[in-house]
Design a protein around this ligand. Structure first.
Ligand code: LLP
Length: 440
């Protein structure tokens, strides 16, 4: 095996190269899948998603105790099929809009295991989520607490609530996805006393049952320390509120955010090891404070689905600008993956049918939109691309389809789930008719 193959294989163990020199994903030939379903095409390794759910669930129950549960953060990939998987894997879910609530409900997900997030739920959102039986709302403002209380009273519901707090942690990630700092639009800061004000307000409202606290410090975080620090701050807040208000939190939700490998140089994270470290710290602290550990929840999104996804394109124009750079354009781009345009996110890109060839053509992989920022990645090494080559972008399971748009009136790609050697279309390709269906 040459170094190129070795390097690709190292990114995730669901990648390999077959005898034809084609990239395989979850054991299936990606070039054949591109031929069968057309491009652009999203692939999903369903068995790996299930394995990740189990890794979180088993590790959390082992280290935090029986009631601990991971909630899959659907914003990473929200589609009916994923909620069926989550139901079967006994996961909880984090939902952030009525659209996500509807999708989960429609998939038959048991909604008492749904946690409804969002920094600005409308009255309609609140009413709809209550009608769908959403178990717990996560709330971070007095306005919203009052709205939930009022709507709960009209419906005869005493709504379970977690309060979203900001522990004031800098998680060392991209600024657009760091959320646990005091100046964040999310959460009520512990540091400023606003968190405590929310606790008093929640305890005073008749149609609200305060069950605990939530924090989420950010996304794509490789270190474990920020999580441990946040957990510690949250547990000491639990203790403080018990002594100040006589309220003992039953639940502590530590959010999501663990990183995944997009590039070879990224570290491999053991989620189980991180969970064990956080648990060790929390258990020692609970013992010191002579209090029981609340039920611990976590909300992984990216680390459940990212490396279970891949996008296949076909190369089109190849443009060489002597003395400057080279471009290869593909038949998708920012409409199906806006993450480079938004965050300059790194991705590994390969030529799926030519894995054994020397990758010595350094280029920028560009999308097809009328926008110069529509790029997938810069500084990619490929074998000299030819029109029609299948180009695979790895690790696209999280925040790709869920952030997709129809910019330039481009239909969104289909998605095929791969499981135990079988394949299943779980999202059909949008048609031109779909594009005009809301036009009056
Ligand atoms: N819980 C809450 C409250 C969140 O806001 C998020 C992500 C998660 C859980 C899941 O975090 P994860 O485990 O996926 O890191 N669009 C950006 C990511 C935004 C993340 C927003 N919140 C991206 O493409 O990188």
């Amino acid at each position: 095996m040459n170094t190129i193959l070795k390097n690709h294989a190292m990114i995730a163990d669901n990648l390999a190269v077959n005898e034809a020199g084609h990239l395989t994903f979850a054991g299936q030939d990606t070039v054949l899948l591109a031929e069968k379903y057309g491009t652009p095409l999203y692939l999903l390794d369903e068995d790996r998603i299930r394995a990740r759910c189990r890794e979180y669930r088993v590790a959390m129950q082992k280290h935090f105790g029986e009631g601990a549960m991971p909630l899959y953060a659907g914003k990473a990939l929200c589609i009916t099929h994923i909620y069926r998987i989550m139901r079967e894997e006994n996961m909880g879910i984090d939902v952030v809009s009525s659209g996500e609530v509807y999708t989960a409900y429609h998939a038959g997900f048991p909604m008492e295991r749904a946690y409804f997030h969002g920094n600005n739920k409308t009255d309609d959102d609140i009413a709809f989520a209550m009608e769908c039986g959403v178990g717990t709302f996560v709330c971070d403002s007095i306005d919203e607490l009052e709205a939930i209380n009022r709507i709960g009273a009209q419906k005869g519901i005493c709504q379970k609530i977690l309060l979203r707090l900001t522990p004031g942690i800098d998680p060392h990630t991209h600024k657009a996805i760091a959320t646990g700092k005091v100046d964040s639009k999310f959460g009520a800061a512990i540091e400023t006393g606003q968190a405590e004000e929310l606790v008093s307000a929640a305890l005073s409202l008749a149609n609200i049952e305060l069950v605990g606290y939530h924090c989420h410090i950010g996304s794509q975080i490789f270190e474990v320390k920020p999580f441990v620090d946040a957990a510690r701050i949250m547990l000491s807040f639990v203790a403080h509120m018990e002594s100040a208000h006589g309220f003992r939190a039953k639940i502590l939700n530590l959010g999501g955010g663990m990183g995944v490998r997009y590039l070879n140089e990224h570290p491999t994270i053991s989620y189980e090891k991180n969970i064990a470290l956080i648990a060790e710290e929390l258990k020692a602290m609970a013992a010191r404070l002579s209090m029981p550990l609340p039920t611990i929840l976590m909300e992984p999104g990216r680390s459940i689905v990212a490396d279970s996804g891949m996008t296949l394109y076909r190369a089109g124009s190849v443009k060489q600008i002597p003395g400057f750079k080279n471009y290869v354009s593909v038949d998708g781009g920012m409409p199906d993956n806006p993450r480079f345009a938004l965050y300059e996110s790194p991705y590994t890109v390969v030529s799926a049918a030519r894995m054994n060839e020397e990758a010595d053509f350094v280029c920028t992989v560009a999308g097809r939109c009328c926008e110069s920022g529509d790029l997938i990645q810069e500084g990619v090494s490929l074998p000299m691309p030819r029109r029609g080559d299948v180009i695979a972008v790895l690790t696209t399971g999280a925040y790709n389809y869920s952030m997709a748009s129809n910019y330039n009136r481009i239909p969104r790609p289909p998605m095929v789930a791969l499981s135990q050697g079988e394949e299943k279309l779980i999202l059909r390709r949008e048609t031109f008719r779909d594009l005009v269906q809301n036009d009056l």
